[in-house]
Design a protein around this ligand. Structure first.
Ligand code: NAD
Ligand code: 0WE
Length: 260
């Protein structure tokens, strides 16, 4: 018997079988959770529908998190399947590609900054606002995905670093606001993983090699490892944990200097 038996989880952010959201969905399914999925646009619909089937799920709904109407319609439609649910996974980020390379000060624009913060941080609050009636009053959990660029300056991550800093603060403010409703809010800061969001990022291979050579565990993490930590954080095993950022990064973040 799995530790997510009798839990219902909504997974936002599956785009391919390399998506971190997919690793989370599979781990939660293995632990007995019942799943529902969203997809960002028509191009992704059939792919997400097929992947949902692999997790015995037939609830697959559209949602562009930039739209309040989409978010509102999502929970109206979800309500036709589930009267309440227990777990909300947010595995979504976006900034204009041109702003994820080169000199931060030169590249960052007002529009790009607003877009990055809107999609990558505010959307978590917007989703929680709309989902609150279906999550409150029982042991439930919200989880999002961050990256070390939130707290340390990194080459090229640029405006996404600011958006992730906002997401991590959002985790704390949401945990504070939603705790009295029985809703825990946590965040996983994952090490670099080759997903669609990493495709086309210059020198991604070099970053993976750097982590492999310098992280305490001398490896990169997988979506399965992130998925297992996510399943734990969203389960009743983590009933005392809220407002936290948990690193699933082979220990990379704790190293001051490596190589001696
Ligand atoms: P991915 O491309 O598989 O997933 C990103 C998802 O964001 C996609 O499913 C995409 O459809 C969705 N998305 C973007 N804009 C959206 C919008 N307006 N509305 C709805 N959905 C939208 O890549 P991933 O690496 O699995 O990314 C998932 C999360 O993990 C992101 O928050 C990312 O910042 C974070 N993360 C990734 C890494 C990494 O190295 N891959 C490391 C740490 C954290
Ligand atoms: O959060 C991310 C990536 C998020 C992301 C990726 C893209 C690519 C396509 C946000 N917006 C876009 N916009 C696009 O048009 N990661 C943690 C992965 C990542 O991205 C980097 C990294 C790492 C790690 C970008 C530069 C440097 C390092």
């Amino acid at each position: 018997m799995g530790f997510l038996e009798n839990k219902k989880a909504l997974i936002i952010g599956v785009a391919s079988n390399r998506s971190i959201a997919w690793g989370i969905a599979q781990a939660m399914h293995q632990q007995g959770a019942e799943l529902a999925f969203t997809y960002q646009n028509d191009r992704l619909q059939s792919r997400v529908e097929k992947m949902a089937q692999d997790c015995s799920s037939s609830i697959v709904l559209p949602c562009d998190v930039a739209s309040d109407d989409n978010i509102s319609a999502l929970f109206t439609q979800l309500g036709e399947h589930w009267s309440e649910f227990d777990i909300l996974v947010h595995s979504v980020a976006f900034a204009p590609k041109e702003e994820l390379e080169g000199d931060f000060v030169e590249r960052t624009t007002r529009a790009g900054s607003m877009m990055a913060h809107d999609i990558s941080s505010y959307s978590l609050t917007a989703l929680a606002k709309a989902a609150r009636p279906m999550l409150q009053g029982h042991a439930s959990a919200i989880l999002s995905l961050s990256y070390l660029g939130a707290e340390k300056a990194m080459p090229n991550y640029n405006v996404m670093g600011l958006a992730k800093a906002s997401l991590e603060a959002n985790t704390r403010y949401m945990a504070y606001a939603l705790g009295p409703d029985g809703i825990r809010v946590n965040c996983i800061s994952a090490g670099p993983i080759r997903t669609l969001a990493a495709a086309g990022i210059g020198d991604f291979r070099k970053m993976l090699e750097h982590v492999e050579q310098n992280a305490p565990l001398r490896k990169n993490v997988t979506i399965e490892e992130v998925g297992n930590a996510a399943a734990f954080l969203c389960s009743d095993l983590a009933s005392g944990i809220t407002g936290e950022v948990t690193y699933v990064d082979a220990g990379y973040n704790i190293v001051g200097m490596s190589g001696y």
